[in-house]
Design a protein around this ligand. Structure first.
Ligand code: DC
Length: 238
């Protein structure tokens, strides 16, 4: 039984979770937030929301991003989250519309890491993310959370898993969502996004010195949660 030393007097902390694409960050972050009664913020969903906006407004056309136009449009983009009681997910809201399903398509996945390379996009989202985490009690996942967004987070996790295992998990997830895609496409997309995320100029994915590595290739969700909750118990009582 996973439990948190729960009394209302324990201090609230921030938890930063970074790692490669499709290695189960959001599964752990979401469950952890539920156990702790914290807020879960999926920052990848925010980059996906901007990508979706750009596709819808034809700012991305035939795979080409009109960067200047996107930068000009940034003030018109309002992103928030709304807790979905049915799925227990924090759904992304773009300018008042729930776009949780739309941001999970391969079309968005294929463009999102290019959009996330744009400095102005990152500045806008990082500032929003930092504002959300000001009050503490946040579990945030992404690529630059421990390094840039919340460098003072009390717990930093760096998650990783074997790429074949990640592909199988993501492929299954997409099929369950009714998204038609081949396993090879998923594999290539993950590989491409990881390469972009690690090598980009703006806030690349890095493992900070103070991050704890969690390789979940052979771990169940329960085992991972037990590991992280132990870290939280230590952090809130010291
Ligand atoms: O976590 P995800 O796969 O939904 O993220 C989508 C993309 O957004 C990913 O390819 C990299 C980018 N991203 C980022 O650059 N910084 C973050 N904090 C989160 C995601």
């Amino acid at each position: 039984m996973i439990s948190i030393k729960n009394n209302n007097m324990v201090k609230k902390i921030n938890i930063a979770i970074d790692g490669y694409s499709s290695c189960g960050k959001s599964t752990i972050a979401k469950s952890l937030a539920e156990i702790l009664h914290y807020i879960y913020i999926d920052t990848g969903a925010m980059y996906r929301a901007i990508t979706y906006f750009a596709l819808k407004e034809k700012i991305i056309f035939n795979g080409h991003i009109h960067v200047e136009k996107l930068i000009q449009s940034l003030p018109d983009i309002f992103i928030s989250f709304e807790f979905n009681e049915n799925t227990k997910n924090a759904d992304v809201i773009l300018n008042g519309v729930n776009i949780e399903k739309e941001i999970r398509t391969m079309e968005v996945a294929q463009m999102v890491s290019k959009i996330s390379e744009i400095k102005e996009v990152r500045e806008k989202l990082v500032s929003l993310q930092q504002k959300i985490a000001e009050q503490k009690g946040v579990v945030m996942d992404g690529r630059d959370i421990g390094s840039v967004v919340l460098p003072d987070a009390e717990i930093k996790l760096f998650m990783t898993a074997d790429q074949k295992v990640r592909t199988k998990r993501r492929y299954k997830e997409l099929l369950e969502k009714g998204i038609n895609v081949s396993e090879v496409e998923v594999y290539n997309n993950i590989l491409e996004r990881d390469t972009n995320d690690v090598n980009r100029k703006e806030s690349p994915l890095i493992q900070t010195d103070d991050a704890v590595i969690l390789d979940n290739t052979y771990l169940t969700i329960e085992e991972q949660l037990e590991f992280v909750v132990n870290l939280v118990n230590k952090a809130v009582t010291h």
